[in-house]
Design a binder for this molecule. Structure first.
Ligand SMILES: [Zn+2]
Length: 51
């Protein structure tokens, strides 16, 4: 399983979490415990952009 960068929408912490395409994996922010974390796309990693 590969790991991708995910960003917490609550506290903004970015950490690596397991990622498997097409599979829902429960993830929790390691800093604040929120489960509102979103994958950070590599090409968007250095700019804040909503889609
Ligand atoms: Zn957090």
């Amino acid at each position: 399983m590969e790991e991708k960068d995910f960003k917490c929408l609550r506290c903004g912490a970015v950490n690596k979490y397991p990622y498997e395409k097409g599979k829902m994996i429960e993830r929790q922010c390691r800093k604040c415990g929120s489960n509102s974390i979103r994958i950070v796309k590599e090409k968007d990693a250095n700019k804040e952009q909503k889609k």
